[in-house]
Design a protein around this ligand. Sequence first.
Ligand code: ADP
Ligand code: MG
Length: 602
Amino acid sequence: MGQIIVLDQNMVNMIAAGEVIERPASVVKELMENSIDAGATRITVSIEDGGRKLISVADNGGGMDGADLAAAFEPHATSKIKTSSDLKGIATLGFRGEALASIASVGQVRAVSRTESNTGGNCIEIDCGNKGSVSPCSADVGTTIQVRDLFYKLPARRKFLKTANTEMGHITERFARTALANRDLDMTLTSNGRAVYRLVSGQSLRQRIAELFSSEISENLLDVESSERGVHIYALLGRPVISRTSSKFQYIFLNGRFIRDKFVSHAIKEAYRGILEPDRFGVVFLFIQMPYEDYDVNVHPTKIEVRFYNANLVHSQILGCLREKLLGTNLDIDAQLPATAGAKGVQTDTAAARERSQKIADAMAEFFKKHRPIQTQQQFGPASKRAFGAASSTRAQTTERQAGITIPAFGAGEKKFLQIHDSFIVAQTDDGFVIIDQHALHERVIYEDLCRRIGESKLESQKLLIPESFEVTDGEADALQTKGELIEKLGIELVPFGPKTMAIQAFPTLLSKVAPLDFVRDLLDLLADKDLSVDTEKLLDEVLNMAACKAAIKAGQKLTTSEIEKLLADKEESEYSSRCPHGRPTTIKFSITDLEKQFKRT
Ligand SMILES: Nc1ncnc2c1ncn2[C@@H]1O[C@H](COP(=O)(O)OP(=O)(O)O)[C@@H](O)[C@H]1O
Ligand SMILES: [Mg+2]
């Protein structure tokens, strides 16, 4: 009895600050959002010591008069909503009326503001919740809020702050998010007096991305746009070459607000399925526009999460439009030759990688030099003739011997190719040549074939001359029974063959190169690994992946000319040949232009 007290307002604010203001970057985010809500066209963010010493955000927005300036730092003070009905369609970034009160409860704040209609400005100071009075001062139209010594009265929280560099990294990230969503803003970020970013208004999204991240990223993005049932989507999708190990480079904006959302993330992941290895993440800049009434932002103190009222619609539209774009695009990888591998942050930009690229380029040039006479004039344009002029046949022969190259005889008019190291196929294209991983490509071709056929009906199978029997545990027998439909769809016929023994009677024709028993054993392992309630479609996909991998030509397998021709023809036919089903690339492109640059021909 008598132990409960009502906390004083400053305590309440400090507790709210614990949710809203995690670190200097949160202050920067909240202040920038206020500037945008105030209609600013210019925002300048100045940071000292990673935000520990100073965070200052200055804008040229609508400003506040003296009375509003005094009220703005009160808890639950906002000009953005008035009644509960306003919560149903929030068009501003802020609405909780918590940020300024929270910030002012955990640091030393000085705010200066002036509205258009006033000739002079006003200022106010608040020191960890102790508010001074408003006094007049000279000011330009707009608002500047400075926060010094964040958390100085809260040693535990101050200690929690990381190094200035780390905190600056978080601030830069928040700045970048705001800059991506607001390209009509002039935005500057300085750290210890040095400009980090100076972004001018009206830049294209790609220009902003190039400035904020790298030109390597901005140059490897695909545009996609779609509008359906009131939901508009615009996205720049990263090609697989720039994929990441985390989802950090997935920027999702909902009506200009940066959000994290599990439905959207899932749709992105699915869109890249089979295009990226499962542990990689596509770089995505996604802008969703939809009526404010169709989602709730009042679910998270930092407003980073929202609740879509029709999450399925959002999910399916994003998935559909992204996937269609990714599948409809040739995603062959451009070879990173030294001259083109200079972009910031490119992993290959190392001496070793340069040397490797140079070696490949040398070997290829030698090959084309040697085989130039076989090419017809029409297929080899004038630029290429220049590039592969004088041949040094002795060196070319040495290369050939060392590499163990087999050169199939190709005649005029046929596709130009050769197999190297019994593993890769080098083939000429209109503007250069490609190197193909024979196993990866064949795996993709078979996988697509399997998917197509199984989509239509079950796989065609043939009876085995002598049924192959194998032992099963009770668990395996159960699994076989539960997944009977799947096994039947695959065209595998299994019959009981004595106690704890089964026999394979029929096996899919398409997998004729695969040993039935091996396959069924691996299939059983796969089924045993899985929870049997797992989505059948996913499981089928895994089984098809496995089947394709087993049935595909192996690395190290010598191919005949007609086998190579078949594979290259299949590549043309294949809907999506740039990646194997596991997401690894099947093909790497080299352009003649790059080679010419390497050989200083241009
Ligand atoms: N930069 C600014 N320019 C003009 N008015 C501002 C600015 N920052 C804050 N305000 C005013 O102060 C109020 C309180 O801000 P805040 O605590 O962030 O709450 P919210 O943004 O949720 O309304 C805002 O509603 C707005 O009226
Ligand atoms: Mg706000």
